[in-house]
Design a protein. Structure first.
Length: 82
């Protein structure tokens, strides 16, 4: 039986004088991070930083019936008026 080996890319980033970093494109692509994504920064006891994508609370609203983009609100309003 063969196992898929996940290749971990090692990239570097330098902290600027304004405490900013530019993340390598290869790392962003591998992590499925896109422009505009919001990332939470977590620091563990050993000083390692972890970037965790924050989920927009409005993205979870779509799981409720009738509140998704596909809901035809005009048709629903017309049905109530009929």
């Amino acid at each position: 039986m063969t196992e898929k080996v996940r290749k971990v890319r090692r990239c570097t980033a330098k902290v600027s004088s304004k405490n900013q970093i530019t993340l390598p494109v290869a790392a962003l692509r591998a992590a499925h991070i896109h422009p505009g994504d919001i990332l939470r920064v977590e620091v563990d006891d050993q000083g390692r930083l972890t970037l965790v994508p924050e989920q927009d609370p409005l993205d979870t609203v779509a799981v409720f019936p009738g509140l998704s983009d596909s809901a035809d609100l005009e048709a629903e309003r017309d049905a109530w008026d009929a």
